[in-house]
Ligand binder design. Sequence first.
Ligand SMILES: [Zn+2]
Length: 403
Amino acid sequence: MSRRRQVNRAVKTAKKYPIITAVIIVLVLIVITVFAVMYFLKIGPFRPLPDGAGTFVPEGSSAEITTADLSVHFLELGNANAGDCTLIKCGDTEVLIDAGSKRDSTQTVKDYIDKYCTDGKIEYVVATHAHEDHIAALVGETNKNNGILYSYEIGTVIQFSQFNTTSVIYNRDYVSAITYAEEHGANVYTALQCWNNANGAQRKYYLDSENKISLNVLYQKYYEQKNSKENNYSVCTLLTQETDGGTYNYLFTGDLEEAGEQSLVESNSLPKCKLYKGGHHGSSTSSNDCLLEVIQPENIAICTCAGTYEYANKPSEDLPEDKAKLSTFPTQKAIDRMAKWTDKIYVTTLGILNPDYSTKNPVSMNGNIVFYYAGELKLYCSNNTTVLKDTDWFKANRTWRGN
Ligand SMILES: [Zn+2]
């Protein structure tokens, strides 16, 4: 059919159904008007990214990290499992937040720590919650007593105030490892004790001699109230650093989920953050709008093995692959929420899948991700510094809905 005929037919149809045609025209005009208003008011999809979010943190070098004032490392864990391990280094003072993901990560984590911790002492260990992917390498391999808590002099442990789990790795092995550390001089406190400055515990710990860099234990109500989700017991900490360019904030929330995030926001006056550890490995249950709208993260590091079905339903007859894969970590939903604030999202590891959707092996995505301050904030990654949305994995598996 020629174009002219098509037009004639459309006009005839419109004349035949004048009310429907009018309604369609009005609807189209409304949609155009709404988008035009959003464009001029710079809201909705036209809202610009916050200050600083458009500029990349300059790329650094591994050599510079050891002498930096402060460095925050998100570790690869040597296997294809999601898990957290964050090492913070400030001079000779180290903070280790969690050590997952499995018992066989122990040597990988220790080898990494040994590159930066040269005095055999980890001043602070934060255990966010009792899940294996956060405590496995603290405990070590089965019956070997070779985890972090056995292998280093430990200054202070800040741990979750509650647990539900009946797992062996927590109830037998973690408890034994903590007892060992305590018997060898460690102070062991709960996050709630820290928040209350009780029993010698502190809400704020300075990491440097000039009191410019501090680790702050935040409050959220599930330190005291019971919740069916172990993740909501996560200890939340804010690292703050006074720099010539103002205060830099770095937020760590473990696997805290929405109810916990809501409480965290209500209980603390959270600042805008230079860096946020993407909650719960990029799960859809975390990094909710209520939190991100307050902290407006400029950079996000996610500790996970991207694309595996470890915590997602595998494709099946009822669940087509294109739908199923959106729930693998980091999830489309969490990325959509993060994308409102920044495109500087980094992910440690990528899983290579077998045809049956089991994971064959892990490869580095960004690899070990290190943000460090040496006169300015810089980024070093052991593999590359490609932001998530520009990776081949993202292009094949996700949609970018940010600006
Ligand atoms: Zn976890």
